[in-house]
Design a protein around this ligand. Structure first.
Ligand code: SF4
Ligand code: SF4
Length: 145
């Protein structure tokens, strides 16, 4: 009986001690951790200061990607409504965020600095197709909700 009481008291002591110790966890999403400046998260496709798309559809990012996560479809840029700063652009561009290993090689290979990896890391979806970021999504830099 006495041994049992002692064991309970010891257990309660351990519990109360733990309650006063600093926590390793944070109250996400109200609080968020700071990441290193070199952290690589979700991609974006950049535009120039005039709003023209920087991607020229050269396909280098697609070729260099070790995970085969990028799909680029290049085309002649429309002349009636300029979307690109040159006469070529990517009519379609996709990144499969499940395949991607966030190595940053696409960003390194891009000759126009069009594809960039942002610090955005909140990547979750209820189905696999929603993890494929299309061009429209990539042209709108991801923001934290
Ligand atoms: S970060 Fe790496 S794995 Fe991801 S799309 Fe770019 S090259 Fe491919
Ligand atoms: S993002 Fe850069 S490397 Fe990829 S197709 Fe466009 S211009 Fe080429």
């Amino acid at each position: 009986m006495l041994e049992g009481v002692k064991a309970i008291a010891k257990g309660m002591g351990t519990t109360f001690k733990a309650l006063t110790e600093p926590r390793d966890t944070i109250a996400y999403p109200e609080k968020r951790r700071e990441y290193a400046p070199r952290f690589r998260g979700k991609h974006m496709l950049a535009r120039d200061e005039d709003g023209h798309e920087l991607c020229v559809g050269c396909g280098l990012c697609e070729a260099v990607c070790p995970a085969q996560a990028i799909r680029v479809v290049a085309a002649e840029a429309p002349t009636d409504k300029p979307v690109s700063w040159t006469n070529r652009y990517s009519v379609d561009y996709e990144v499969d965020l499940i395949r991607c290993i966030f190595c940053g090689m696409c960003e390194e290979a891009c000759p126009t600095n069009a594809v960039r990896l942002t610090p955005f890391n909140e990547l979750a979806a209820f189905n696999r197709l929603d993890m494929i970021a299309d061009k429209e999504e990539l042209l709108s830099p991801p923001v934290r909700r």
